[in-house]
Design a protein around this ligand. Structure first.
Ligand code: HEM
Length: 463
């Protein structure tokens, strides 16, 4: 019996080795970067998800800064070389286009910004920039954001809240208000629950049958489209009056001699806006609360900045653009939070033709994972990289550092950067001037593949 088991184990081991070798050979081409492709179909996805950043570090120490693997259903080249990452982000025109997972593209629609390239991307990006540029923020959005966040944060005294859930809700309600003037109520609730399903669907395997997250995401997309179509129909009945929200501007594109957007394009643009800030703004806000709680000296400095702003104001007075511009330390806290928590691990690109990077061949259709996480912990750029030290961002122009990719770079640099920072800063303004808080013990935080608190991040609030 023992002998039989030994032979069986040997045969299994042999079979595994043969399968993995066969998979390596299948993808082998002369001149490609080193690396292994793992199992047929699954590749090295399990190891990647289980080990996270150590998977990358181990591969890097074995193969160098550029290596091939097979993760999340695609043959992929991982790039951890700062210069090369910058080159990739700055050279979309050389066939290095966004390469986000199929599930994301399917669910967000064909007019989603990540799905378009060339002139279509340029047009879409410029219409988005028109909606959320610093000038639009100053002239139209700031006052609405102020009102919404101030009232959203009222009445929290004495409560235990899940700050992860609240910051997601804050983003969704704010952005729905900015886009189409949707107030909290039955429509916002209906949209909210569908948007959560849609977001989860975009991060799942593209298996379209009932019960899967992908399927639910698709169903959510259909419901959101039908809700938004009704909003658009109602809006068209009212004669246009001085662009009061983003939807008015989107429906009125032709007045600036630009082509009018179809309803499908308008809806996909709205989805792009909602989706792009969903994880980034809410996660950065949550992690800022976490770091401020753990670093009372930083919280004191931040509170000082905001109490100074409130000093000459009545409780109902809003934050002005100049107030926002004066929040230097707050901006440093936001950047340091983005860096240390690594809200963005990297971005995905794909090759539209055979490409050459540092002398290696990257075949057409392969993914490139522009992995920027490690650059956030580079001790030369950020001395004592594992400490939360917002002062490092003050007066040092680090935000424009050539290897800070928290907001991407090149033609895809985040157009919502200022809006995102303003939302988080406004949230922090009202949060730290109104409340104190204690963490409820024992909350777990995951940093990879996404930053999240799987059971929520609960805090006890007092004033
Ligand atoms: C802390 C907040 C935010 C962070 C860290 C962030 C980060 C990023 C990053 C890294 C990219 C580059 C993606 C790539 O190269 O593939 C990006 C792109 C983008 N972001 Fe943000 N983002 C934030 C907030 C926002 C907000 C509030 C909006 C809009 C409401 C927004 C809209 C977009 C859009 C539309 C793109 C795609 C740009 C293009 O493809 O041309 N982001 N963002």
């Amino acid at each position: 019996m023992m002998g039989f088991l030994l032979v069986l184990a040997f045969l299994l081991l042999f079979l595994c080795t043969i399968l993995q070798k066969w998979n390596d050979l299948r993808y082998r081409k002369k001149g490609m970067p080193p690396g292994t492709m793992g199992w047929p179909v699954f590749g090295e996805t399990t190891e990647f998800l289980k080990q996270g950043p150590s998977f990358m570090k181990n591969r890097r120490s074995r193969y160098g800064n550029l290596f091939k693997t097979h993760i999340l259903g695609c043959p992929t080249v991982v790039c951890m070389d700062p210069e090369l990452n910058r080159y990739i982000l700055l050279n979309e025109g050389k066939g290095l286009v966004p390469g986000y997972p199929q599930s994301m593209l399917d669910i967000l629609g064909r007019w989603n910004i990540a799905a378009v390239t060339g002139p279509a991307h340029k047009a879409l990006r410029s219409s988005l920039l028109g909606l959320i540029s610093p000038t639009s923020i100053r002239d139209h959005l700031l006052s609405k954001i102020n009102d919404h966040i101030s009232s959203f944060l009222s009445g929290w005294n004495g409560q235990v809240v899940d700050i992860q859930e609240r910051t997601k809700k804050m983003w969704l309600l704010s952005v729905l208000k900015l886009i189409a003037g949707v107030e909290e109520g039955s429509l916002s609730e209906a949209l909210e629950s569908e948007i959560y399903k849609l977001v989860i669907g975009t991060l799942s395997l593209p298996l379209k049958f009932p019960g899967t997250n992908y399927y639910r995401g698709f169903q959510a997309r259909k419901k959101i489209i039908s809700l938004l179509k009704k909003v658009i129909k109602e809006r068209r009945k009212v004669p246009f009056c001085s662009s009061s929200d983003m939807l008015d501007s989107l429906l009125d594109v032709d007045s600036q001699n630009e082509e009018k957007l179809s309803d499908e394009q308008t809806i996909d643009t709205i989805l792009t806006l909602i989706y792009s800030g969903f994880e980034t703004v809410s996660t950065t806000s949550m992690m800022a609360v976490k770091y401020l709680h753990d670093h009372p000296n930083v919280l004191d400095e931040l509170r000082k900045e905001h109490l100074e702003i409130r000093k000459n104001k009545l409780p109902e007075d809003k934050i002005t653009w100049n107030d926002y511009k004066s929040m230097e330390f707050t901006r440093a806290v936001v950047c340091e939070t983005l860096r240390l928590a690594t809200v963005v691990n990297g971005v995905l690109r794909k090759t539209t033709k055979d490409a050459e990077l540092k002398g290696f061949l990257i075949p057409k259709g392969w993914r490139i994972y522009v992995y920027t996480r490690e650059m956030n912990y580079d001790p030369f750029t950020y001395p004592e990289p594992s400490s939360f030290h917002p002062w490092r961002w003050m007066n040092k122009n680090l935000e424009c550092h050539q290897f800070f990719f928290g907001f991407g770079a090149g033609g895809r640099l985040c157009p919502g950067k200022e809006l995102g920072i303003l939302m988080i800063s406004t949230f922090l303004h009202y949060f730290v001037t109104r409340y104190r808080w204690e963490e409820v013990e024992g909350e777990k935080l995951l940093k990879f593949p996404r930053v999240e608190a799987p059971n929520g991040l609960h805090i006890r609030i007092s004033d």
